[in-house]
Design a protein around this ligand. Sequence first.
Ligand code: SF4
Length: 374
Amino acid sequence: MNKLGLYIHIPFCNKICAYCDFPKRVSKNTIKEKYLKYLKKEINLYKDKSFDFRKITSIYIGGGTPTAFEIKLLDELFYELHQMVDFSKIEEFTIEVNPEDLSKELIDLFVSYNINRISIGIQTLDKKLLNKINRSFDYDRFLENYNYLKSRISNINFDVMYAIPGQTLEQLSDTLTSLIKLKPKHFSVYSLILEEKTIFYNEFIKGKLELVDEELELKMVEKIHELLDVDYPQYEVSNYSKDAQSYHNLLYWSNEQYLGIGLSAASYLDDKRYQNTKNLYNYFDDIDNGKFPIEYVEELSLDDTKKHHIIQGFRKVSGINLSVYFNRYQTNIFDDFPLLKEFILKGYFEVVDDNIKIKKEYFYVMDHFIEKLM
Ligand code: SF4
């Protein structure tokens, strides 16, 4: 069966994190209700163009903070999804959750709609750091709800952040050690990147924020591996799991197709990559005018598609499967990218079990190799 992902973007948050440059906003319930209505309208535009939602094999609801929708709205959204997709084909149905929003009622709702993977944005357990990045949650209350969640849905991911300004190696280590004890199935661990138009960026240009230096950041990466490698082997640049690698996210890294619905959502279908507008009012206007709210389209040539396959595929520790590549394009990857042979001869890449991959010790300079291949 071909894989086909569906991503739904909920662009609302209860608070704005100091480092965040995602399309998101703090809004009143009336705007959220309107947005849900327009999500459904956008879905209907695809139905009118005969897009077959019954071919979907995974769903990912992200944001923003999907749980910034009140339960009634989430219920309506899940109900809509159940009407249009064939759940016997759904391999993975993920929703992102803010730890503060977790409740028994919400968990029961997830279970009743067959949601089988929960991604929780923890970032850090250190109270001072949480305060610094403008996030907060009551750990004891979270723990109570987490234990209930774990008894109902076993596939749980924790998002953790490192290189937070002011963060020490010990704080990172304490957070990871405490979270490992909770036995989730998966970790996504990201470095804080200073992005323009964020609270942190404004503080930085005023000289009020000191970033983590390279030496400490490197030690943090080593610490992450030291703590996670045994029970959570790395399988992608930022992702770690032994037996619960994310089906939906692997679609992206394997250059498979997906449809994105909602503000700023990206899609990759029929050799086209496109992205919806990031402006909420343009989103509403386009849909009112019966138009797809798309602001950017890139038509991919065969060469472009192969390059995307390379860029995404080498993000995975297992690399790119040679037979899959050949069956898909009817060409050999070494003919399309002759430099790969040189990389193997020089000992940077290797072929293992029909997969070509970057050797572990060179994984951190992946961008350098990808750049050469392009
Ligand atoms: S990091 Fe997530 S929760 Fe924080 S503002 Fe950005 S989208 Fe919202």
